[in-house]
Design a protein around this ligand. Structure first.
Ligand code: ZN
Length: 329
């Protein structure tokens, strides 16, 4: 509708599994949303084509043309250069080891400004400004999914460090512990990341452990153990799945508790594929597992409230900020 043109913003959450796009109004209400699987072959250009398709689908549902958007924000994995919008080292994306000018490519084809930020940080920002983190001034966002990502807001401002802040998944919860997908040992992600948990489940199954995890995967025609498969297996009483999820919750308690000792944030917001799928009861369990590690005072622990679209809604905030900067400059 013409009502949306000129005031609507776009947001894209570029994940290793799916691309989620939203169009939002000035108050961040979702006007249209679309989702596409992330290509597993090809390279950055193929990924960009799917991102464009998802955004155009969402725009169509919102009744607005992409070129009429105020701007589009993107939350991307890997190393993001916020100035140029180039993304490098996105190892969960096909053939994306090098640097690729993501903002420039999208902007040229959408004919509107495109602003790129770190996926987990924009999701944390979304929860901080619009979701479960709204009542607080300092928040640690923890995204429990394929990996374990973190975003930090201190005193109302996002903390990016030198660009690499928030990597809670690679804090050490066990000296000389299990090998992490990053190559190091004993990282939180080695125990709680879905990719690492799948590798562990496969190894234990090959050694003779009984589990229906991989049967469920085949039955639902999935290439990997998704969050919903883990949840279904735990619900069915699958012993191995329960053991690995318990271990993950235990490790999350140690990792998040240690981060709280360092930052003393008012609240921890837990999201991500597994976080959202397992929901409130598991968020409460993680909070309990944090307690033995928290030295001074336990913060509030909340479940992310923007849901699956949180990453894309948070990304759309980038377009708002960027516009304000330009307008005042
Ligand atoms: Zn690691």
């Amino acid at each position: 509708m013409p009502a949306a043109s000129g005031t609507a913003r776009g947001g894209i959450d570029l994940g290793g599994t799916k691309i989620e796009a939203v169009i939002v109004d000035p108050r961040s209400k979702v006007l249209g949303a679309a989702r596409r699987p992330t290509p597993t072959t090809g390279g950055p250009r193929d990924v960009v084509n799917e991102m464009l398709a998802a955004l155009r689908d969402a725009a169509k549902l919102a009744g607005v043309k992409p070129a009429e958007l105020l701007g589009v924000g993107v939350g991307a994995p890997g190393n993001v250069d916020p100035e140029t919008g180039a993304v490098s080292n996105a190892l969960n994306l096909p053939d994306w080891g090098g640097s690729y000018p993501l903002a420039a490519q999208l902007s040229r084809r959408l004919r509107t400004g495109v602003f790129v930020g770190n996926d987990v940080q924009v999701a944390t920002d979304g929860e901080f400004r619009l979701g479960a983190g709204k009542p607080y001034k300092s928040v640690l966002g923890v995204f429990w999914g394929t990996g374990v990502g973190g975003g930090i807001v201190l005193d109302g401002k996002e903390w990016l460090g030198r660009g690499g802040a928030g990597e809670i998944g690679h804090t050490v919860v066990m000296l000389d512990g299990r090998r992490c997908p990053c190559g190091r040992r004993g990282c939180l992600e080695a125990y709680a990341g879905r990719a690492a948990m799948e590798a562990r489940a496969r190894k234990l199954k090959d050694k003779g452990a009984k589990t229906d995890l991989f049967k469920l995967m085949k039955k639902h025609d999935r290439p990997r153990l998704t969050s919903s498969i883990w949840e279904a297996a735990v619900r069915n009483g699958d012993k191995l799945a329960i053991e690995l999820i318990d271990e993950a919750v235990h490790a999350l308690g140690a990792g998040i508790g240690s981060a709280v000792n360092l930052l003393d944030v008012e609240a921890v917001v837990i999201g991500g594929g597994l976080g959202l799928r397992f929901g409130e009861p598991y968020v409460a369990r993680i909070a309990e597992e944090m307690k033995p590690h928290v030295y001074v005072s336990q913060p509030d622990v909340q479940m992310a409230s923007l849901g699956d679209q949180g990453g894309a809604i948070g990304a759309a905030l980038l377009a708002q900020k960027a516009r304000r900067t330009r307008a005042s400059g």
